[in-house]
Ligand binder design. Structure first.
Ligand code: FBP
Length: 551
């Protein structure tokens, strides 16, 4: 049966992703120049003790062809965690890089995320298989999952499965949690002298897997473009009908990079940045009072409409709620089986009796629906599933309460009619923008070069991303460099540190310098849809965040 693909998909299949010169020109095995020993971002002694074989590895940069022939490679790849546009191109780049090195090299895709490695579910990639997925969105080529690989039994099963198949390298395409898995697996495989290399690739629409060497995670560019298009459309509707306040929650589990990027692109009436809330130690009451003041200011000017951007992770950054969540995490981790058997009412009572007086106060002040959402299962990495908490509705309710009080006192005369939206899943599988198509392909290709150069415990790094792709620099960063200790499931665990929005850096400062005007004026910008064909200044645009951070 002929594949049912859209005209755009057909045309995109022919797109040839741009590569850094060092990868495009040489392609076969590459020479790596190495820097000095490295350190983890924090907790150096503890991280070093936990990762004796992978700690302190040097940063690697590819700078030309290598005369050494790469060993023959049978690699396995997994997609891990939430979908992000461009994952298929990472696999295509990895495949092409391996084949360029030696046509006999092979690539296997382990299905359904990390569990594919332990359950030995795989497919062998061929040219026609890969061709079908070039430049497409989604992770459906092999699927994804959130199983945490951290136990020795799991690692031993991975060794046994790889050995049986002859796989001597594993590429893990994932976010901070998945690359933490990659680091632990690399360490274990070196300790066991298993002869299997591990390379990570930085994926997540959240944009929080970044540092000096990883300028952005893939998928952030495309997802924020999709959300900004929709926000722009909603703003135009708000400005046309002039009767609704739209509260739009934007995905991004923890950091507010997505919210900030979308705000810079669309100039909404109001945008909350979670990191600022934490820095200023704002209470929920202060947050909603500020929004209510903006609503009143506009209403006094005859404008009973506007758009508010709410970051998905906000709730965890409000100090009173953060303390509550930390206590709940520990409590639920220590009593999970007992807790699961309780009715909803008993759960509330149990929690109320076990947490501190301050947290109990914060908990009791929340609507029942939000309380239950806070008690829901954590994901396998111990994270609260914030995408399931309806923060935007909570804010609408609380702002409405304040406005009603002001109205009763005669201080506010407007109408506050609201619509709520959640933008998340709409953007995670979009066809990658040119930037993500190129970046992802380069990341995959770089991963193949790292394998060829015999590296393990590295994450693929492609830098200088605001320059044209031929000037990008490809190499690898030791995963341990990004690690620190954090509290998970009630214990201190080594994890890759998330990059939060920095309040003293240009993206936030630019936003902060403009936002007061956005409340009064209708400064809305309408970015429109991603353009795949047309002038480079429209089609190859990167994010405002990258531009401000690096130019
Ligand atoms: P990753 O960190 O795995 O990339 O996932 C990010 C994310 O899209 C978050 O923004 C969101 O909170 C979460 O995944 C949603 O998880 P799920 O896909 O399990 O609903």
């Amino acid at each position: 049966m002929e594949k049912n693909i859209s005209p755009l998909q057909k045309a995109r299949a022919d797109y040839k992703p741009k590569l850094p010169k060092v990868l495009a020109q040489f392609g076969s095995n590459l020479k790596a120049s190495v820097g000095g020993p490295t350190e983890s971002v924090a907790d150096q002694l503890q991280v070093k003790a936990l990762f004796p074989n992978t700690y302190g590895l040097p940063v690697v940069t590819f700078d030309g062809p290598s005369a050494d022939k790469a060993p023959s490679i049978k690699a396995g790849v997994i997609l891990s965690g939430g979908q992000a546009p461009g994952g298929h191109n990472v696999i295509a780049g990895l495949y092409d890089g391996l084949k360029k090195m030696d046509p006999q090299n092979e690539l296997y895709g382990f299905k359904g995320g990390p569990s594919g490695l332990t359950e030995n579910k795989y497919v062998k990639f061929t040219d026609s298989f890969i061709d079908e997925y070039r430049n497409t969105g989604g992770f459906d080529i092999i699927g994804s999952g959130r199983t945490k690989l951290e136990k020795e039994e799991q690692f031993d099963t991975v060794i046994a499965n790889c050995k049986a198949l002859g796989v001597n390298a594993i590429v893990i395409i994932g976010g901070d949690d998945s690359n933490t898995n990659a680091c632990m697996l690399a360490e274990y495989l070196l300790k066991k002298k298993a002869g299997i290399q591990v390379i990570g690739c930085p994926k997540t629409i959240d944009g929080d897997l970044k540092n000096e060497w990883i300028e952005t995670s893939f998928g952030f560019d495309t997802a924020t473009k999709v959300y900004s298009e929709i926000i722009g459309n909603i703003q135009r509707d708000a400005n046309s009908a002039k009767k609704y306040w739209h509260f739009i929650k934007l995905m991004g589990r923890s950091a507010s990079h997505i919210g900030l990027e979308c705000a810079l692109k669309t100039q909404p009436t109001y945008a909350i940045i979670s990191e600022e809330v934490a820095e200023k130690k704002m209470t929920l009451r202060q947050i909603v009072t500020d929004i209510a003041k903006a609503v009143k200011t506009r209403s006094d000017a005859g404008k009973d409409f506007g758009v508010v951007l709410v970051p998905e992770g906000l709730i965890e950054f409000v100090p009173e709620v953060k303390n509550l969540i930390d206590e709940l995490n520990d409590l639920l981790a220590a009593n999970s089986e007992y807790f699961d058997r309780l009715s909803d009412d008993d759960k509330m009572q149990f929690v109320g009796s076990k947490i501190s007086a301050e947290s109990a106060l914060a908990f009791s002040g929340m609507p029942a629906s939000i309380k239950m959402q806070l008690l829901m299962d954590r994901d396998p990495h111990g994270n609260v599933q914030v995408s399931r908490i309806e923060t935007e509705r909570l804010l609408i309710d609380m702002v409405g309460d304040i406005l009603r009080i002001w109205k009763a006192k005669g201080e506010y005369k407007g109408s506050f009619s609201c619509q709520n939206h959640f933008l998340g899943y709409e953007g995670r599988c979009a066809a990658p923008s040119n930037f993500d198509a190129d970046y992802c392909y380069s990341l995959g290709y770089t991963a193949s070069a790292l394998i060829g150069a015999g590296m393990s415990g590295y994450i693929s790094s492609v830098r200088y991303l605001t320059k044209s792709a031929d000037k990008w620099v490809a190499g690898g960063i030791p995963l341990t460099m990004m690690m620190n200790l954090e509290r998970r499931h009630g214990k201190d665990k080594p994890v890759i540190r998330k990059a939060l929005v920095e309040l003293d850096k240009k993206p936030f400062l630019t936003f902060a310098s403009k936002r007061a005007d956005w409340i009064i004026e209708d400064a809305f910008q309408y970015p429109g849809p991603i353009q795949y064909f047309g002038p480079s200044e429209v089609c190859d645009l990167t994010t405002v965040t990258l531009e401000l951070e690096h130019n």
